[in-house]
Design a protein around this ligand. Structure first.
Ligand code: NDP
Length: 306
């Protein structure tokens, strides 16, 4: 089996890899860094413990309409772990045997673990973001004032993590009211949800704290010509800026934030740490995220851009 290849549902039907298989599934999936990062970590684990020598991590392009059939097949073929990415994170919820509390609150799963009865779902995005912020900005969410840009799946994971880590305050800025309202109502049971301040327009900017962490969880920045998700003049240089986007390496928001004197980072650390946590869930071992980071960084910024 080739871990560089992109497999399909037809390949899955004929799947006969004899070792322990893991995979990321999505659509599109061809450019996912997950196989490179995970196989680097598995290689390192194997050097310490030979039980991992037949483990391998693959990629599958699966259409959302085929997800029920695919998950049933992955389970039957014994895939120990799956990572889910766009567009499967929410639609998979109805296909699982068990769901962790935080994944249920977020309303999305990115990590599945095989059990005899079916797959159990987790969400490691919030954990990955918190680690990425600590690594990239040297800041902790705890007792920080947070400004989250966006109200999609990644923003929901971010808000739940900020609530769990007892951020001092959480402001959420989103373009569309509907999505912001849906997010707020799904979080209303959270004990500390009162600390959330929704923002839809400039008029809503009141009492923005002197310092905090601004997190971009919109898709603005993926394309070179995208406008900035925030007018940087609204923040003082005491704010730190974390852009979840990791390709390009230096997004416009990152560059502008640095110009304004803010500490800033893009999102590769988040991607790495959500993956490392997933591998911990599957292996029961502690994972060296640095190995995954180097593999991801090399594939993304060195090899592909040459
Ligand atoms: P979703 O599609 O669920 O949400 C997209 C968000 O972006 C929405 O809030 C949407 O606002 C907003 N948005 C989109 N276009 C515009 C625009 N033109 N102007 C203003 N707002 C806009 O995506 P995800 O939550 O899954 O992902 C968000 C980002 O986070 C992506 O860039 C993704 O690459 C990144 N990400 C990074 C991860 C990492 O590991 N580093 C992990 C997961 C995601 P509206 O509601 O108004 O449509």
């Amino acid at each position: 089996m080739d871990t560089e290849k992109t497999y399909t549902l037809s390949d899955l039907k004929l799947w006969d890899y004899p070792g322990t298989a893991l995979a990321v599934i999505g659509q599109p999936i061809k450019h996912s860094l997950s196989p490179t990062m995970h196989n680097a970590a598995i290689h390192q684990l194997t050097q310490k413990d030979t039980q991992f020598k037949d483990w391998a991590y693959f990629r599958f392009e699966i259409d959302p309409k085929d997800l029920p059939e695919a998950l049933e097949l992955f389970h039957r073929k014994g895939f120990l772990g799956l990572n889910l990415t766009v567009p499967h994170k929410v639609i998979a919820l109805d296909l699982l045997t068990a769901i962790s509390d935080s994944a249920r609150t977020i309303g999305a799963v990115n990590t599945l673990k095989w059990t005899a009865a079916g797959y159990e779902g987790f969400n490691t995005d919030g954990y990955g973001m918190a680690q990425g912020i600590e690594q990239g900005l040297g800041r902790s969410l705890n007792e920080s004032n947070i400004l989250i840009l966006g109200a999609g799946g990644a923003a929901r994971a971010a808000v739940v993590e900020c609530l769990s880590q007892e951020a001092a305050s959480i402001r959420i800025l989103n373009r569309s009211k509907d999505r912001l309202d849906t997010m707020l109502s799904s979080l209303s049971d959270f004990e500390d949800s009162k600390s959330i301040i929704p923002i839809l327009a400039k008029e809503d900017w009141t009492h923005l704290p002197e310092a905090g962490i601004c997190i971009n969880a919109t898709s603005l920045g993926l394309n070179q010509n995208d406008p900035l998700p925030l007018d940087m003049a609204l923040l003082t240089s005491n704010w730190s800026v974390y852009d979840m986007i990791y390709n390009p390496k230096e997004t416009q928001l990152f560059t502008e934030a640095r110009k304004y004197g803010c500490v800033a980072s893009t999102g590769l650390g988040m991607l790495v740490h959500q993956g490392a946590k997933a591998l911990e869930i599957w292996t029961g071992q502690s994972i060296d995220a640095e190995t995954m980071y180097k593999a991801g960084e090399n594939a993304l910024y060195n090899n592909l851009n040459q």
